[in-house]
Design a protein. Structure first.
Length: 639
């Protein structure tokens, strides 16, 4: 009887253990993306959150020694709630569920709260538009559009009203500006006061005045600091307030040597008073006639591009690093982009002051291709993904209105056999846009080509690091990739050579491969685009990092990053390529071996022969490089 009882107890205990383990969460499987998305959407918040109104108060940054808590970002719930788009359509936002608690951290990156809140408003408007107009539906090979959207994103816009009112909006810019876009104004200064040309952003739904992305202010009689003519450039937003002004010519007391913008100085050296040395020698400097502005005295001349009563043609154009102004064909000023005030945010051009406007034209604006007119549409769509593990996932970081850049990549290096066969997947990681029309065009593009991953935030420069984390999530949780590559939409990548070099290296773990900086210091100059305060990084040096236009990491590093993100132990840093170096340093400190492989063929500053990656390649150059590879079978630069 005792033996029978003991045996019964053993059987009961075994059954209990079996039931316990069967009810526990099963280990993660290689689910299909659709199954993965369904499971994520059902997840409940893992912890209690604290309410903070992040619109009026910036997020508190806490020490990384203390695990950050989760805060509720007011007004963003719509981003993560159920919507009426189909499961297939929802694949463009497959990483959002895992990113919710990344963007809600109490030590989130600067601008996160505003960027996510603006994205929530944009997403709500986009979903409403999809429901109303069925913009993604294609009937008989033609897009069905509501009549109000027929204009789409025009390539150029001319001012229709050139009245002489003191302040007027010349035209709206429906889809923002991109590199090489330009605004040309022809006018005549009609008084010795001042006039302004302003690039205006979109006004927030509950905010005050719209941001001024560039205020180009011409004072013909000088201002409170000088009696001579001067050009003052600045920015303004309700959050950042008035920025630091840039003056041309700069004050005599200013000894700061400004960094060049796209290779151009911030102020043409001919803008200013003729030097004392030149006057005493009796020699007159070679100053173009259009640059001389008489000030009423024979011994006082001031070279200035704008003169009362004289017509001028001024063109404000968009470069890679900033805005540039030319007057009558001569470069006058350059102004670097400022964080959260970039050209893609421009929604209008405004004129004010003592100027008689003759004409105005916006040209080179971003346009999307009409899908019905794309002859090679099928071969440009993302191929079906292989069920086996991918060799590599390439994440291309892009902004919403860079339609032409993405199409150039689809028609060039995305045609490599490794990509078309499904061994390598390429996805564009794109933030939502504040402009509704851009989001409509972006949505149609995403549904047509199947290669876009939308991000739950607006594309501010300070938030690019969040895309890097999303890329790691996508390459480990959604797709099973052996290697993960990050690149930009102005980089041409020889995928075949990348794969060949990876096979030669035979390094599958602990890999950082690219153009590596082994001994760099943080920029402490507050005027620098890459300025880092001692609070953000207290050390004198960065750990080794690879330049952002293109680098490759192994799967184990990506998994480490995702795991640290999920446990809220991942240090957030606004320079994404340096952030990757910081994370890899943490990976190394955890006891893992790291292989830093430097390759100078990852060209960071343009194109050079025998490149593996060439940066700063616009759409025309991208297509040219591909054509040369097909014809000459060697990496030859186009310029």
């Amino acid at each position: 009887m005792k033996k029978w009882t003991g045996g019964t107890l053993i059987v009961i205990l075994a059954l209990v253990l079996v039931l316990r383990y069967s009810l526990m969460e099963s280990p993660p499987q290689n689910d299909s993306p659709s199954t993965f998305f369904k499971n994520l959407s059902k997840e409940s918040p893992p912890m209690k959150a604290h309410n903070i109104d992040n619109r009026s108060k910036p997020m508190e940054r806490v020490s990384h020694a203390k695990k950050p808590h989760i805060v509720n970002l007011e007004g963003i719930d719509y981003l993560f709630s159920s919507d009426n788009i189909s499961e297939k359509e929802s694949m463009v936002k497959i990483t959002w569920a895992q990113m919710r608690y990344l963007i809600s951290r109490s030590d989130a990156l600067p601008g996160t709260a505003e960027g996510v809140k603006e994205a929530a408003i944009a997403w709500k408007d986009l979903v409403a538009t999809i429901e109303e107009d069925k913009l993604s539906k294609i009937v008989n090979g033609s897009k069905v559009r509501n009549g109000s959207y027929d204009s789409s994103c025009p390539f150029s816009i001319a001012a229709t009203d050139v009245s002489e009112s003191q302040t007027r909006t010349l035209f709206q810019i429906p889809c923002g500006l991109v590199q090489d876009s330009s605004i040309t104004v022809v006018g005549i200064p009609i008084g010795l006061l001042n006039f302004k040309i302003q690039l205006i952003g979109l006004k927030a739904s509950d905010g005050p005045d719209p941001p001024v992305i560039l205020d180009y202010n011409v004072h013909l009689q000088g201002d409170n600091l000088t009696e001579e003519p001067v050009i003052i450039q600045n920015t303004w937003s309700s959050i950042l307030k008035l920025g630091k002004e840039e003056r041309c010519p700069a004050p005599a007391s200013s000894n700061n040597v400004k960094d060049k913008v796209d290779g151009l100085g911030p102020c043409n050296e001919q803008v200013g008073r003729i030097s004392t040395q030149e006057k005493s020698s009796g020699k007159q400097p070679h100053i173009p006639k259009w640059f001389n502005a008489s000030r009423g005295s024979t011994d006082r001349k001031f070279s200035f591009p704008f003169v009362e009563g004289h017509p001028f043609t001024a063109t404000l154009w968009v470069g890679m690093e900033g805005f540039h102004m030319t007057v009558d064909g001569k470069h006058v000023t350059s102004f670097p982009y400022r964080e959260s005030l970039e050209p893609w945010l421009v929604s209008g051009v405004r004129l004010a002051g003592d100027l008689r406007l003759l004409s105005a034209l916006a040209n080179g604006l971003p346009i999307s291709e009409d899908i019905a007119l794309v002859p090679d549409l099928e071969k440009l769509k993302a191929p079906p993904l292989s069920k086996k593990r991918l060799v590599m996932l390439a994440g291309v970081f892009s902004t919403g209105n860079n339609f032409e850049r993405r199409m150039a990549i689809r028609r060039s290096w995305m045609l490599y056999d490794a990509i078309r066969s499904g061994n390598v997947a390429v996805r564009f990681f794109v933030g939502l846009h504040k402009n509704k029309q851009v989001n409509i065009e972006l949505w149609e593009e995403a549904q047509t080509y199947g290669d876009i991953q939308l991000m739950p935030f607006v594309d501010y420069y300070s938030l690019i690091t969040l895309k890097t984390i999303a890329l790691c999530i996508f390459g480990t949780k959604i797709l099973q990739a052996k290697y993960i590559m990050k690149t930009d939409d102005d980089a041409f990548v020889r995928i075949d050579e990348v794969l060949h070099s990876l096979r030669e290296k035979k390094v599958t773990q602990g890999l950082l491969y690219g153009l590596i900086s082994m001994d760099s210091e943080p920029h402490r100059n507050k005027d620098s685009k890459w300025y880092i305060s001692t609070e953000e990084w207290p050390h004198a040096k960065y750990p080794p990092w690879a330049h952002g236009p293109g680098y490759i990491i192994s799967r184990d590093i990506a998994k480490f990053i995702v795991q640290r993100h999920q446990s809220r132990n991942l240090n957030l840093f606004k320079l994404e390529d340096v952030a990757m170096g910081i994370w890899i340093e943490e990976f190394k400190k955890s006891g893992q071996e790291v292989n830093y492989i430097n390759n100078l063929q990852f060209r960071n500053a343009g194109c050079e022969s025998d490149y593996i990656l060439a940066h700063y390649q616009g759409p025309r150059l991208m297509l040219c490089l591909w054509q040369k590879l097909q014809q000459e079978h060697q990496p030859v630069c186009c310029e």
